[in-house]
Write a protein that binds this ligand. Structure first.
Ligand code: PHE
Length: 344
């Protein structure tokens, strides 16, 4: 009887120490089998009780029943403890995947300002029925100059300082105007195209000049095309580009060998009515060269210049972007200056 009592007391201490370092539900189950299972300690204590006298059974019986109950409770508590511990660990782990977490120094990509402005310009001209055309950046003397009514040794060649290539009669195109002739030869007339693209000038750089920049050339050829078609097109384009209906244009004479008459088109400053830093207090901004296509250019393209006439214009895309977005140095466009580029 005394021996049994001792075993009953030891049972609890042993059970508690077995539960101490338990980490899984499987291990709890093992402990349950050892202590409370069908062949476990408690069952053997109960069968040992059978050999006792009746009055001893009355003492030991309730003790064993109480032991069984409290041991089952202990196991259930441990089970619960393990479950909540595992839940906590899972939560901690999940923090790795918190999509709303702040990540410092995170660089976002965005479209380059060139892409944005060119897409905008193209969209406007497409809405007016124009096609988009492209041409080679390494161009021949014929398309860049001769077909544009600029013969060899003509002083007009000095207007555009040229990067000549180590291949006879080849150069980096100085303007996208050569695409006029390529397009007329390829598609014939009537024709309406705009051609945005990179051009090269062999000149010193400063805040408003670069040795490489982007131009947009426009060409429309049909019967009865006159200066009024050109002016209406330029005005509509500028109103759409700056999203302002009251933009006006003014015209000055200009010389470009491939147009006759040649003009320069300025537009009224979209940012002020009485002079600001963008228009340099003049209320007008210079933008494009333009004119009616010279008959020599039509003839070089195989077009009957008696039946057909056309207009052409050209402007710098960086200049448009600089005015529209307030950029003060043309060299920033291809400088990889992330702090500038990421603003767009
Ligand atoms: N090609 C001219 C330039 O580079 C611009 C222009 C295009 C002028 C078409 C008139 C007509 O300056």
């Amino acid at each position: 009887m005394e021996n049994l009592k001792k075993q009953i007391f030891e049972f609890k201490t042993k059970l508690k120490s077995s539960l101490k370092n338990i980490a899984t539900q499987d291990q709890i189950e093992q402990v349950r089998i050892t202590f409370l299972g069908r062949k476990g300690t408690i069952v053997s204590l109960m069968s040992a009780m059978k050999a006792l006298a009746v009055e001893d059974k009355r003492i030991i019986g309730p003790l064993l029943n109480e032991l069984k109950k409290s041991s089952e409770n202990l196991l259930a508590e441990k089970k619960q403890e393990l479950i909540s511990q595992q839940k906590q660990e899972k939560n901690l782990h999940q923090k790795h995947f918190d999509v709303s977490a702040y990540k410092p120094h995170h660089l976002e990509s965005s479209l380059h300002i060139y892409t944005r402005v060119i897409e905008r310009i193209e969209t406007i001209f497409i809405s007016m029925g124009y096609d988009i055309a492209d041409g080679p950046e390494a161009e021949t003397d014929f398309y860049n100059f001769q077909a544009m009514n600029i013969p060899k040794n003509h002083p007009a060649r000095d207007m555009q300082d040229t990067f000549w290539l180590n291949v006879p009669d080849m150069l980096m195109r100085t303007h996208t105007s050569g695409i006029q002739v390529r397009q007329m030869q390829k598609k014939g007339v009537p024709l309406a195209v705009v051609a945005p693209g990179r051009v090269y000038r062999h000149e010193a750089t400063d805040a408003s000049h670069d040795f490489m920049f982007t131009q947009c050339e426009g060409l429309l050829v049909d019967k009865n095309i006159s200066m009024s078609n050109l002016l209406a097109t330029a005005k509509t384009f500028l109103q759409e580009l700056f999203e302002k209906k009251d933009i006006n244009i003014r015209v000055r004479p200009g010389y470009f060998p491939f147009v006759e008459p040649g003009i320069e088109i300025d537009f009224s400053c979209p940012f002020c009515s009485d002079g600001c830093s963008v228009c340099k207090k003049t209320k007008w901004i210079e933008l494009m060269g333009a004119g009616l296509v010279h008959p020599h250019v039509l003839q070089a393209s195989g077009i009957d210049s008696k039946t057909y006439s056309g207009f052409a214009f050209g402007f710098g895309i960086e200049r448009v972007a600089m005015i529209k977005y307030g950029i003060n140095d043309i060299r920033l466009f291809h400088s990889s200056a992330i702090n500038v580029l990421k603003q767009f």
